[in-house]
Ligand binder design. Structure first.
Ligand code: NAI
Ligand code: 15L
Length: 280
């Protein structure tokens, strides 16, 4: 994937530091990793989660907060320059669980951003917005959404809010359709979807500070040998991944083969496409 930004790096000459970043979902997998890394980009990182994020570390404020609680979220967002919104249910679950955390919660975040004049949100969307595309297809961020479950629909809702709050109020968002961000690519599918933590940090930095992004949607994926996502329409970020899933290939390819009709082999969203049904 050639992500070279042919007009020069959009971050050159741009300050990559602000006063206060809010990180939601700070007690989760990615929050726990990015929490310290975000300190490179702000005087203070306000870390928040429904679960206990632990004691404040240097240059941190810790606020426990349920994203479904509008008043609590409004207080949480006060004094913040940028919101990195990682909080919420991160897998396929019954709609009753997705609704408060991802739908109401993300709405509360945007409303609070509007009330407090926050200039930029980085929204952790997901590849599951387009999970029903086949693994034999290559799509870009302009492809029609094909969410693979309640979770994917909730991320599509978040992207919709991001567009609305830009068009109406000028709040900019980069929606990151993250692939699979873990220490390693754990299976064959993740050889294509893996996003390393250094690349995620680069993406976050660009999503927070590249000027004039409006609402930009980008896939969060490393420079893997095989990839289903063409990121050229996010060139304005100048994201240039440097990691690759190749070191994990031998181990992943040694796993027992799956049947050709297994969703994990057929669809980009893998097993998410057949999780549930969770209609209750
Ligand atoms: P995670 O599940 O480890 O962390 C999510 C955090 O959100 C948890 O600590 C949880 O306590 C918190 N949370 C849930 N409901 C909440 C509520 N009502 N109020 C406040 N906090 C709440 O997920 P992970 O892997 O760290 O992912 C972070 C974000 O990135 C999530 O939004 C996820 O959907 C998204 N994402 C992650 C991918 C990955 O590969 N790790 C891939 C695609 C998207
Ligand atoms: C996601 O959206 C999930 O949050 C994460 O846990 C992984 O399952 C990832 O997608 C994936 O598709 O591998």
């Amino acid at each position: 994937m050639d992500m070279t930004f042919h007009g020069g790096d959009p971050l050159s000459g741009v300050a990559t530091h602000c006063q206060r970043i809010l990180l939601t979902g700070a007690a989760g997998n990615l929050g726990a990793v990015m929490r310290d890394r975000l300190k490179r980009y702000a005087d203070i990182v306000r870390v928040s989660d429904l679960a206990d994020p632990g004691l404040p570390r240097p240059n941190e404020e810790v606020v426990r907060c349920d994203l479904a609680d509008a008043e609590a979220v409004h207080a949480l967002v006060e004094g913040v320059d940028v919101i990195v919104h990682f909080g919420g249910v991160s897998v396929e679950r019954p709609f009753q669980e997705i609704l408060p955390a991802n739908i109401q919660g993300t709405f509360n975040v945007y409303e609070a951003a509007r009330r407090h004049g926050v200039r930029r949100v980085v929204f952790a969307s997901s590849n599951h917005v387009t999970g029903f595309y086949g693994q034999d297809e290559v799509i870009d961020a302009n492809a029609k959404a094909r969410p693979d479950g309640n979770y994917g629909v909730s991320k599509l809702f978040g992207e919709g809010l991001a567009q609305l709050y830009f068009d109406r109020y000028g709040i900019e968002t980069v929606s990151l359709r993250i692939g699979s961000s873990f220490p390693e690519a754990r299976d064959r599918r993740m050889l294509a979807t893996w996003l390393g933590y250094d690349d995620l940090e680069q993406l976050l930095c660009r999503a927070m500070f590249v000027p004039d992004v409006g609402h930009t949607v980008v896939y969060g994926v490393s420079a893997n040998r095989d990839c289903w996502w063409d990121n050229r329409c996010a060139e304005k970020l100048g994201f240039s991944p440097v990691q690759s899933s190749e070191p994990f290939r031998a181990k992943a390819e040694n796993l027992p083969p799956l049947q050709p009709d297994d969703p994990a082999v057929r669809f980009q969203g893998g097993s998410f496409v057949s999780a549930g049904p969770f209609g209750d």
